[in-house]
Ligand binder design. Sequence first.
Ligand SMILES: [Zn+2]
Length: 224
Amino acid sequence: MQGIDLEQADHGVLDDLRIVATPAARGLSQLVLRTDVAGMPLEWIDYKEAARLYHQEQVAYTCGSLLYELYGGTNARTGRRTILEVNSIVATVGHTGNPGNTRHDYVPPLNNQTLFRRDAYLCMYCAGRFPARELSRDHIRPFSQGGTDLWANVVAACRRCNNQKASRTPEQARMQLIAVPFTPTYAEYIFLKGRRVLADQMEYLVAHFPRSSPLHDRIQRWLS
Ligand SMILES: [Zn+2]
């Protein structure tokens, strides 16, 4: 298979290289969900990385919808133009991008973006919905009382509730959590990290969530 210079293609430099985003992709920034050969979700990759995996013959199979068609140069031997089709979900052989991600005790890194998404942008005290900029990371048991910065000890809270609670536990502040915080599994974390998750990618990821995941319910509410 003939190679495609994706960097140049990206900038439209070469006339004989063309990338066509299908309506499903709505532009070139839509990310592809990469899984291992057993179907375990691994990471989000862009179309260039996906195309590289095709060229390295690491793609075992694909699922989901067609996102991109990459038209390469003409093969000197066959006289045919290379066309590469990139789908929304790509299963790959070989190394996994993130060792340990299939371990049951894997703990994804904590950051506010994924935390707020985990809590569906709700303040876990007053149950109000807020944009990310109006939310803060509340430590249920505060640092001053031995609390840690771990998924199970943090929730999204609006500034008002966070101020009101101050350096106290919910009991001390007489405030009640509306939901129990949880540590996302790897599949849940990949979902929470997604920039724009297509319906087929979401369906795929949700199928890998634990049955008891609070995200099942929260996603339904997001969609409604
Ligand atoms: Zn609040």
